[in-house]
Design a protein around this ligand. Structure first.
Ligand code: PXG
Length: 464
């Protein structure tokens, strides 16, 4: 069968348009423009079907933490496929890779988070959390505790449950979402929403919305609060320092579970193994995926505290699970990925060397005429584009106009840097070297310069 490895870009684009439906995409616009076809990758660089080499400032989709092309992972997958390519973990069975991975995750996860329920990715894991947490409260004799509190502009995945947990208006507008019993509070986005408050005041104010919401709904109805330590898909929103301690205080005070969605922040992204450690969060459950396998295999899961796991264990059958829960090849690859991260001290390097180096360079972007704020946590960072720094204003041209232009300039300059509205975001592979950081910053500055010049030329530097 023709594998298309030698096909031309035009041929690939035509076939893609004819038969492939893309996620989060306007198909008609895409067919018009044509897809960019990525054919190979090595280290932190992607190669496209025209032979361009792009610096991947997004680690794929926030996942390829150890970089591309690590043969060890391919070898482990090959060996596991020969030995036991598939078996399930239902009906009183298990297998060595999933047992070894579970032990490793219990070692790495903070506190008493010692038990893993597997899924194929973050969305499925958050769906698990909805069923598991409601079941947990039912087993504890409090079946009325069913409501999840989440945040506007949170991203928790794209299945019906996970998209309901998320606070993305565009997602809720399609397919009859959200499901019942999900409530939302506002996000801790000081730059866009902080008004005259200091970041510290604003952080406390937004955290206290959680307490107000619990009181409004009644503690007896609230099951859990779920949040990303740093919002990722929402635009890399690093919360004010006051935010998480206050959230933790509120969760401790009220009888609800705290779920840290670590799908992006986990596995070194913020300079610790988990974002919960960076921000002093003590979750009852962590959602994991992405960096768990560096994206080499689809795998995710929910990591549960001793207490949550023991209640679930007391509750008889938990009628939930996926064919690929704890898939042996995915588990073996994830375990090898974690071995490489530990042996090569990738998290320590981000914490002590490359992270601080990137942070110094990233902070300088705040001086650019188009940039309102530049924020970073470990190796995830964003800049807010603005026509008026002092007023922290958006663009009269509409949200995303400047961001999309900047994204396109980045592509032209061989840098993958995403836009979320008018925030430009990066989450590069954690193995990015200092030389590669210099290259990333040079390309980002060039792209910002060109975007600024283009907006000026077209009269689009007007504040909203
Ligand atoms: N939680 C968080 C915090 C995520 O970022 C998920 C859950 C869902 O994981 P899966 O593996 O089911 O996709 C995610 C995923 C974007 C983008 O545009 C981000 C994600 C997925 C797709 C697009 O930045 N994050």
């Amino acid at each position: 069968m023709k594998n298309l490895h030698n096909a031309s870009t035009a041929e690939l684009q035509a076939l893609d348009a004819a038969h492939h439906m893309h996620p989060f995409t306007d198909g008609a616009v895409l067919h018009e423009k044509g897809v960019r076809v990525i054919t190979s990758a090595k280290g932190v660089f992607l190669t496209d079907s025209d032979g361009n080499e792009l610096l991947d400032g997004m680690a794929g989709l926030w996942c390829c933490n150890i970089g591309y092309g690590r043969k060890e992972l391919a070898e482990v997958a090959f060996a596991q496929m020969q030995k036991l390519p598939y078996y399930n973990t239902f009906f009183q069975t298990s297998h060595p890779p999933v047992i070894a991975l579970s032990r490793k995750l219990a070692q790495l996860a903070p506190g008493d988070l010692n038990h893993v329920f597997y899924a194929s990715g973050g969305s499925e894991a958050n769906d698990t959390n909805i069923r598991l947490v409601r079941h947990y409260w039912a087993v504890k004799g409090k079946p009325q505790k069913t409501i999840f509190i989440s945040r506007h502009n949170a991203y928790h995945g794209s299945t019906v449950g996970a998209a309901s947990l998320g606070g993305m208006a565009g997602m809720h507008a399609q397919g009859g979402l959200p499901i019942p019993d999900i409530a939302y509070i506002d996000q801790p986005n000081w730059w866009a929403e902080g008004g005259d408050l200091s970041p510290e005041e604003f952080g406390l104010m937004r955290a206290r919305q959680l307490e107000d919401k619990i009181v409004e709904l009644g503690e007896g109805r609230v099951a859990a609060f779920i949040a990303e330590p740093v919002q990722g898909a929402g635009g890399v929103i690093v919360p004010p320092e006051t935010y998480w301690p206050e959230i933790q205080r509120i969760c401790d005070r009220h009888d609800i579970l705290l779920i840290a969605d670590e799908v992006i922040c986990g596995f070194g992204r913020t300079g610790n193994w988990f974002g919960s450690e960076t921000f002093g969060i003590r979750p009852d459950i962590m959602t994991i995926a992405k960096g768990l396998s560096s994206g080499y295999q689809p795998i995710g899961g929910s990591v549960l505290s001793d207490e949550v796991a023991s209640v679930i264990d007391e509750g008889g059958d938990f009628n939930h699970g996926y064919t690929y829960s704890g898939h042996p090849v995915a588990a073996a690859v994830a375990l090898e990925n974690l071995r490489i991260m530990e042996d090569e001290k990738i998290v320590e390097t981000v914490a002590n060397e490359t992270g601080p180096y990137l942070a110094g360079k990233w902070a300088e972007l705040a001086d650019h005429p188009l940039v309102g704020e530049a924020v970073i946590s470990g190796m995830m960072a964003s800049v807010a584009l603005t026509p008026d720094k002092a007023a922290r204003a958006g663009f009269a041209a509409g949200v995303g106009t400047a961001g999309l232009r900047c994204r396109d300039r980045c592509f032209e300059n061989n840098l993958v840097m995403r836009h979320v509205g008018d925030r430009m975001i990066i989450a590069p592979p954690l193995v990015l070297s200092k030389d590669e950081i210099d290259m990333l910053i040079d390309r980002a500055v060039k792209s910002l310069d060109e975007t600024y010049a283009g907006l000026e030329k077209d009269g689009l530097l007007q504040p909203a």
